[in-house]
Design a protein around this ligand. Structure first.
Ligand code: UDP
Ligand code: MG
Length: 323
């Protein structure tokens, strides 16, 4: 097995969470695309604690497809953690990552591989040429997200590049060496600074099932992205404090002026506004501190973000063909 591993050119990592509905269509398109490349490959399907029949289906498919490898996480750990598990398990010289729902076209993977090999690139991003199939809300939030990320991490972050990409072994090793707990690959990968290129593709509609990214997970990803990469929000807290200090100072001067002019201060309005304003800013700042302290706490705990419960590559020789 070790010998076989040493010669694997391409690994394709696919995080899957309750994807039983999309699986047959995925295999139907992915397999011919990969078989057509004439390179040795493995497909690392990471079952992210699915509650449906994803695991059973994968086992069935593996019987007839020896290149398929199943890595099962013990519980649902999230898309990025599932990706991490896949990257850590992969053995190929190049590692592609793709969603299970066929929103990213598997036929582009050979193209990415060729480009990387030809131009000696370590990273090839899949960049969406068009998001017309995503909902208006998703497009709007994604636009805001990429705008913010480019401002924080720098221009290297290609906008509209999700988690469909190809990495060289060197880039994967670099990622694996990072001690970060909450990996946000779409930021970490550009941050590495390896030579990169891109292929554009049309973002299709989810082939089956529904999105596994509800608003709560999107917000989590955004907060992780921001706090992982910058302490700027903490500085915003400081600036808000400075601003409110001067604001209140001006209000104080105004109130004294009115008093000296002989007018009485009318009502409680201004007092109330100031209280709410300062209270709000204090809460924001406390929240920000909490966000970072929570992060420090997680980092100190050093808990792995996932546990692999089962890896078909380590299982006793399967009934399928020799690996
Ligand atoms: N996914 C995962 N764990 C999760 C959520 C999602 O492994 O907790 C996988 C999912 O199966 C899919 C990919 O991540 O292969 C992207 O998810 P999805 O297509 O639902 O997100 P969207 O395209 O709607 O942003
Ligand atoms: Mg999707």
């Amino acid at each position: 097995m070790a010998a076989a591993r040493a010669t694997t050119t391409l690994s394709v990592v696919i995080p899957m969470y309750n994807e039983e509905a999309a699986l047959p269509a995925l295999v139907a398109r992915l397999r011919p695309a990969l078989d057509g490349t004439n390179v040795s490959y493995e497909v690392v399907a990471v079952d992210d604690g699915s509650a449906d029949r994803t695991a059973e289906l994968l086992e069935e498919i593996r019987l007839g497809w020896s290149e398929l490898r199943i890595v099962k996480l013990r519980r649902n750990s999230g898309h990025q953690a599932a990706l991490t598990a896949g990257l850590h398990s992969s053995v190929g010289d190049y590692v592609a990552s793709i969603d299970a729902d066929l929103q990213d076209p598997p036929e582009k993977i050979p193209e990415m591989l060729e480009l990387a090999q030809r131009d000696k690139l370590d990273i090839v991003y899949g960049v969406r040429s068009d998001r017309s199939t995503d909902s208006g809300f998703k497009r709007w939030t994604a636009g805001a997200y990429y705008w913010l990320m480019r401002r924080m991490v720098g221009k290297r972050v290609p906008s509209q590049a999700g988690d469909f990409r190809l990495l060289s072994r060197e880039a994967v090793d670099a990622l694996k060496s990072l001690p970060d707990q909450q990996q946000v690959y779409r930021l970490l990968v550009p941050w590495l600074g390896f030579p990169s290129g891109q292929v554009t593709y049309f973002r299709e509609e989810r082939v089956a099932g529904e999105t596994k990214y509800p608003l709560s997970k999107m917000i989590r990803l955004a907060i992780d992205s921001i706090t992982n990469f910058s302490a700027t929000p903490l500085r915003i807290a400081t600036w808000l404090g400075v601003l409110s200090f001067f604001g209140c100072f001006a209000m104080l001067a105004g109130t004294i002026g009115i008093y000296l002019a002989g007018h009485t201060v009318p009502g409680w309005t201004s007092l109330f506004v100031a209280m709410l304003f300062i209270g709000g800013i204090q809460l924001i700042c406390v929240g920000l501190l909490g966000e970072y302290i929570g992060r420090i706490y997680t980092a100190v705990q050093k808990r792995p973000t996932f546990f692999i419960g089962y890896d078909s590559a380590d299982a006793p020789q399967q009934r399928g063909a020799e690996r």
